[in-house]
Design a protein around this ligand. Sequence first.
Ligand code: AMP
Ligand code: ZN
Length: 141
Amino acid sequence: MSCIFCQIINREAPASIVYEDDLAIAFLDIEPVSEGHVLVIPKSHHARFAEMNPKTAGHLFEVAHKILKAIQASNIPCEGANLFLTDGEIAGQEVMHSHLHIAPRIRGDKHRYGYVHAEQSDYPRERLNQIADEISKLLNP
Ligand code: AMP
Ligand code: ZN
């Protein structure tokens, strides 16, 4: 099994585990962006987020919610946090076993997002509505 996260699940690779249940496991990132940086992963191997069963996908957020509360109650510096998921190489995904990041934030930590926002004038309401339709018509209830 070449997936490092599956190896962690199977205890074939070391990890500092903070939480585990039937569907998910969470452990500290080996190269944290901040102290207390946790990864929450499903126990089933899915390269991409949309390949996951929706219940499992939702469960990752439930687990992240629990863990963030624990971090906030701990001595780990945490004035806020970024919860994020990189989906696909283009989005910066390096480990192809989909996972949710929890990265505590403190004032002055100098983290920056790599996003560039368009001006509102580039996306008039008509265009936003077209895009919303494009997505919503393909949503399964
Ligand atoms: P991503 O770029 O979203 O795929 O994030 C992958 C994350 O996994 C990075 O933050 C890595 O530091 C982390 N990582 C890679 N290998 C390990 C490992 N063996 N144990 C813990 N974290 C890891
Ligand atoms: Zn895997």
